[in-house]
Ligand binder design. Structure first.
Ligand SMILES: Nc1ncnc2c1ncn2[C@@H]1O[C@H](COP(=O)(O)OP(=O)(O)OP(=O)(O)O)[C@@H](O)[C@H]1O
Length: 412
């Protein structure tokens, strides 16, 4: 067996371990990473970041702070430092280290190595120059103009390719679970890199979905995942669709300003689409650079990806195909599934990605109303007695608190 093959197999073994084996997993990982020469000395990082000087701080994530640094060989790096007291962070940190060690793709951030220094743990990435899409699109509004239509289209395409790689082309199915604007980094050529694999899950090849504890970010999570903890690649497809509509409109779904009585960005886009006026959602700063046909197609893709019924959403390979071939006829999107609105759960189990219809309700026998209150608590209400027990059950993820970043922690 080759060295790299045994490395990958060891990592897969570790990812399947339960939490009681985390400690063991960490020790193994150190050994494996050392063999792979992925270990970076703490002193090297101290020097590279000028002793983690506040001036070098790039931002603060769920794990802890991220610093910019420069290695002696000239490579610019981003160092993610795990907060010492975060048990949750430790788990996510290990997941990120293990998963990123085994993926390599132009549209996935490159993990250069990691470092353990006493109780401190650090992950070292290539520095991605234009930082996060979130900053450009929403926070530093003066820079939004830098994202003309061509760049936004290429970003959409790049993220789609990155997700196709994770879902299909890597050894196992990897579900990212937290696709959102702040987890997309843009390099100096505006190539998007999917980052932050702390919540990702690795699926065995023969498994298409699992039921899991819900974790993710408000505004991006697929309804079947929020409601039932049902996780499949289609949950990432949903988040991707939200991101596409955010990129086109320049509006954050989670803090949407209401237009046309729409409850959120997806609802607004859908209502305009049904009236044949979908281009009205377009960010005004795109007016001079936009290709209307391409924008229209991307809005339709965003709506297809965010459909309430996960079976109706296209797979990522299909999205990549649509983006590369620009077909004249695309299927009609059905109503989007949105936390905060009514979601109908179809009983149908077979997968299909090219169904034409007006709503994802065929065979539906139960439905839920999901509401988010001002404190960020998501609450689900069963609207059919047949499912009242399921909703009342303590294992059903119906009422969870979000932190002030809109992020739901992994529980248990
Ligand atoms: N490889 C990198 N290159 C350049 N900047 C980075 C890199 N990794 C992270 N950053 C910056 O550091 C900041 C914090 O990133 P991090 O991934 O820890 O958290 P986040 O995605 O903002 O939040 P959360 O952890 O809650 O999802 C981000 O704003 C991002 O711009």
């Amino acid at each position: 067996m080759t060295k790299s093959k045994s490395f990958v197999q060891n990592l897969i073994k570790q990812l399947r371990f339960g939490s009681s084996r985390d400690r063991q997993g960490e020790d193994d990982l150190e050994e494996i990473a050392a063999k792979e020469q992925k270990l970076i000395q703490f002193e090297t990082l101290v020097e590279a970041t000028n002793n983690f000087h506040p001036n070098n701080k790039l931002g603060q994530g769920g794990f802890g702070p991220v610093y910019k640094g420069k290695l002696k060989d000239g490579r610019v790096i981003a160092v993610k430092k795990l907060s010492l007291y975060s048990k949750q962070g430790r788990k996510e940190f290990m997941t990120e280290a293990k998963l990123l060690a085994r993926v390599q793709h132009r549209n996935v951030v490159n993990l250069l190595g990691y470092c353990v220094h006493g109780s401190e743990k650090l992950l070292v990435y290539e520095y991605v120059m234009n930082e996060s899409l979130d900053k450009l699109l929403f926070t530093e509004s003066s820079r939004r103009g830098e994202l003309d239509w061509k760049r936004r289209y290429d970003i959409i395409f790049g993220i789609a390719r990155g997700l196709q790689y994770l879902h299909v082309d890597s050894h196992n199915v990897i579900i990212h679970r937290d696709i959102k604007a702040s987890n997309i980094l843009l390099d100096d050529k505006w190539v998007p890199k999917i980052a932050d694999f702390g919540m990702a899950r690795l699926f065995p090849e023969d498994q298409t979905h699992v039921n899991t504890r819900v974790a993710g970010t408000n505004g991006y999570m697929a309804p079947e995942y929020v409601m039932h903890g049902h996780l499949s690649a289609k949950a990432d497809v949903f988040s991707f669709g939200v991101l596409v509509l955010e990129l086109i409109s320049g509006q954050r779904n989670s803090s949407f300003t209401s237009f046309m009585d729409a409850e959120n960005l997806l609802d607004w886009a859908y209502k305009l689409y049904k009236k044949g006026r979908s281009l009205e959602i377009m960010d005004p700063t795109l007016a001079s650079s936009a290709d209307p046909d391409q924008v229209t197609m991307c809005i339709q893709i965003g709506l297809l990806c965010t459909q309430g019924d996960p079976h109706l959403r296209p797979t990522m390979p299909r999205v990549v195909l649509i983006l590369s071939k620009r077909p004249g006829n695309l299927e009609e999107p059905t109503r989007p599934g949105i936390p905060g609105s009514r979601y109908r759960r179809s009983r149908r189990t077979s997968a299909s990605s090219s169904i034409v219809g007006t709503s994802g309700t065929s065979g539906a026998s139960d439905s839920y109303a999901l509401t988010t209150n001002t404190t960020g608590t998501i609450t689900a209400t069963a609207t059919a007695t047949a499912t009242a027990n399921e909703v009342a059950s303590s294992s059903s993820p119906i009422s969870r608190r979000y932190d002030n970043r809109g992020k739901r922690p992994i529980e248990g």
